[in-house]
Design a protein. Structure first.
Length: 364
């Protein structure tokens, strides 16, 4: 009876609807300050006023979900033709369309087995590690293709999912001498399989690839520097990869470690961004039994309806089950201690009344 009443009064779900604010003047100002801080770079380069107008009139990702009358929410949109062209031309790789905070591309973070050890010697640049990551990416691409959530190029878009932006892609391109004549319509994975990648990845090839990565990292650091003299002094540096290099492909200890090790890396998958697609990707990821490589998945950016939101919603029911179990134990303990069904009932009623008070009266 108690559990039925509890379920009726306090539905088991995680409500994210509404602005993240108490509604007071200081809370509303704090909300505005946070949003402005998150978009300060876009505002700085906004010469037309469009960014400011958009911030004023459109609910920002992860600050509003659910339907609120009279409020503009985030649209659920499928792949646009312009994005498809960007992907299939190769311009998507390393661009803001890949990592932008309003995008929802699938993102994987990889680590070595001994990444958290101070004496770790494994590197994601090793042949076996690249092979494991390669297999994991192929498995994930198959999952994405099964739920029709990835970008496809080729004849009328009927090809397979395009390769993700990752160390594996760069390693394949390195073996192909960075020839991208038909990339990504004919992807490097069609030319170099995971087995071929592993067998071709000799110590000399790994050393050459490591030096190439180091050069790209140094160049990225210099390009982000305001010191023009450093750029002139190191003008001989170059990055051979045929697209923009992102330092997040390696961890912060690379290339200063000796020997240079990559213990953490990222992969970015070109995926559709409708709400239904993101949820299907989350469900597929939760049900995946593949554990060959040590990686975790999320979506890029801070858009509402990302993996974090779905995960938090999925564990609410488990938390409520624990709360219900606690209520049963509390009931038994009160009955044993008071030896009075009446006092036990009154105690349970007090607990029951705390739920609607906590939900409506003292909610943030």
């Amino acid at each position: 009876m108690f559990l039925l009443l509890l379920t009726y009064l306090y539905s088991i779900y995680n409500s994210n609807a509404g602005w993240w604010s108490r509604g007071t003047l200081i809370a509303n100002r704090a909300t505005q300050e946070t949003i402005v801080s998150q978009n300060k770079d876009d505002l700085f380069f906004d010469t037309t006023g469009e960014v400011w107008k958009e911030l004023q009139n459109t609910i920002q990702p992860n600050w509003q979900s659910g339907d609120i009358p009279g409020v503009v929410g985030e649209a659920s949109e499928e792949i646009g033709n312009s994005t498809l062209v960007s992907v299939c031309s190769g311009e998507w790789y390393g661009s803001m369309d890949m990592v932008g905070k309003k995008e929802k591309n699938l993102n994987a973070i990889w680590k070595t087995k001994d990444a958290e050890s101070k004496q770790g010697i494994a590197s994601l640049l090793d042949a076996d590690s690249l092979y494991d990551q390669c297999l994991a990416e192929e498995y994930k691409l198959t999952e994405l293709e099964n739920i029709n959530s990835c970008y496809k190029c080729g004849n009328e878009g009927d090809g397979k999912c395009v390769d993700p932006y990752s160390l594996v892609l760069m390693a394949r391109l390195h073996l192909m001498a960075n020839d991208i004549t038909q990339f990504p319509t004919i992807s490097p994975s069609d030319t170099i399989s995971c087995d071929a990648l592993q067998s071709s990845w000799t110590a000399d090839v790994q050393q050459q690839f490591t030096e190439q990565l180091k050069s790209c990292v140094y160049l990225s650091i210099l390009m982000s520097s305001d010191d023009a003299n450093k750029l002139e002094t190191n003008g001989n540096l170059s990055c051979a990869f045929p697209f923009r290099f992102l330092p997040t492909i390696v961890d912060e200890s690379f290339p200063t470690s000796d020997p240079p090790l990559v213990r953490y890396s990222s992969s970015y998958y070109a995926t559709k961004k409708s709400q239904d697609i993101v949820y299907e990707m989350f469900t597929a990821n939760e049900n995946s039994a593949y554990d060959k490589a040590d990686g975790v998945y999320d979506t890029t950016g801070v858009a509402s309806g990302d993996f974090y939101d779905y995960y938090s919603d999925s564990i609410v029911g488990k938390d409520m089950a624990l709360a219900a179990g606690s209520a049963v134990v509390t009931t038994i303990a009160m009955m044993i201690h008071t030896k009075s069904p009446w006092l036990t009932l009154i105690g349970l009623i007090q607990i029951l009344f705390s739920f609607p008070l906590g939900k409506y009266k003292f909610a943030l």
